[in-house]
Design a protein around this ligand. Structure first.
Ligand SMILES: *Cc1c(COP(=O)(O)O)cnc(C)c1O
Length: 357
């Protein structure tokens, strides 16, 4: 029997958010990013819902294989490429598209003698993120080397933004200029993650790579998801399993991190950090109950957390509280917790039952 703690996944919201990406960049192909199990939403179900996507991007071979086994036949891009030459066999079996972000990976392709290779390569250039990618001055030679490989069917030039969420930021302008100076007209391009899609239309290129926006969270602290026309894809729910009164001066939870100033009513929910709700959520983090916002009190436990419902009327055991979702933006909860919606969504544990609508 389920304890009632559920992540409701609104697939229609995911489809809506995908159409937002498409209408912002109507001339670009779409590489939907479903790494980290679809940002915690279930990569297979998300990919099936986005059957009109031109491809799916994942971070690991195992993620790609899971999509393959689930019968997802669209193009699959391995965002960090292969980690060693031995992985090329599996990548070839799965017909994966490969990011190449260092020259060594070109050497591996050159030396690879598997039958039936036709690699679609996304050559990643570091234009200022300084995490992965070839230095700009080695791009022309890398493009030449790849074009001379018979096993390489196509090359797309890609880069990744460090600060696309900061609207108008000069760093992103410089990244775009540098990228454009390297682009040869023959090859397709891809620059934009979600914030790029919203805020840097001049950089849409041949392929967009929407991630967080598909899941209805905001890619920027400057705009809410609602302002951007996005709909939340996950509603995280948990039932109230106990309601009790405490007296002024009494504390709640491990470490007594919250003490009641007046007599209070406390509701206990069946969710904790063992489900992915952040333990570092501070007192007063919002929780939605029956149309009102109540406040988290005390340290989050592994399986439970407590909420002050003194100001709410008619709350009963069994009522369903929403930790984030349709009524309470994940970004708002994230702000209280000093993190971003991306992290909260991605952390939701397998123990939380997923229900697809
Ligand atoms: C994760 C990732 C994305 C998606 O980024 P969002 O901000 O979630 O849209 C795009 N491109 C690359 C290379 C990524 O690693």
């Amino acid at each position: 029997m389920s304890r009632g703690t559920q992540a409701i996944i609104h697939l229609d919201a995911v489809q809506h958010n995908f159409s937002v990406a498409h209408s912002l960049a109507p001339n670009s192909k779409r590489m939907a990013v479903v790494k980290a199990d679809g940002y915690g939403h279930g990569a297979q179900q998300i990919s099936k819902a986005l059957h009109n996507s031109d491809g799916f991007a994942v971070a690991t071979l195992a993620e790609a294989e899971a999509l393959h086994i689930a019968g997802i036949n669209q193009n699959k891009l391995l965002l960090e490429g292969v980690a060693n030459p031995d992985q090329l066999q599996k990548a070839n079996d799965l017909n994966l598209w490969l990011v190449v972000h260092k020259l060594e990976q070109i050497d591996w392709l050159t030396a690879c003698s598997l039958p039936n290779q036709h690699w679609n390569v996304w050559l990643k250039v570091d234009t200022g993120m300084h995490r992965l990618g070839l230095p700009p001055n080695s791009v022309p030679a890398a493009l030449t080397a790849l074009s001379e490989l018979e096993t390489v069917a196509s090359v797309t030039l890609m880069t990744h933004f460090a600060r696309a969420d900061e609207i108008g930021n000069a760093h992103t302008q410089r990244q775009i200029q540098l990228f454009n100076s390297l682009t040869d007209k023959a090859c397709e391009t891809s620059l934009c993650n979600s914030p790029g899609i919203f805020f840097w239309p001049e950089a849409h290129g041949s392929w967009i790579r929407p991630g967080i926006m598909l899941y209805g969270a905001s890619p920027s602290a400057d705009k809410t998801a609602k302002e951007l026309g996005l709909k939340p894809a996950m509603t995280l729910n948990s039932p109230i399993i106990d309601i009790h009164q405490i007296k002024a001066g009494e504390s709640v939870g491990y470490g007594g991190r919250w003490t009641a100033k007046s007599d209070s009513v406390i509701a206990t929910l069946a969710i904790g950090y063992g489900d992915g709700y952040p333990r570092h959520a501070p007192n007063n983090t919002p929780v939605w109950i029956n149309g009102k916002i109540a406040k988290l009190v005390g340290t989050v436990s592994m399986d439970m957390l407590c909420v002050d419902i003194s100001n709410l009327e008619e709350v009963q055991c069994g009522d369903i509280a929403e930790l984030w979702g349709a009524n309470l933006p994940v970004d708002e909860v994230a702000k209280h917790c000093g993190t971003i919606g991306y992290e909260l969504l991605t952390r939701v544990m397998p123990r939380v039952e997923k229900v697809y609508l």
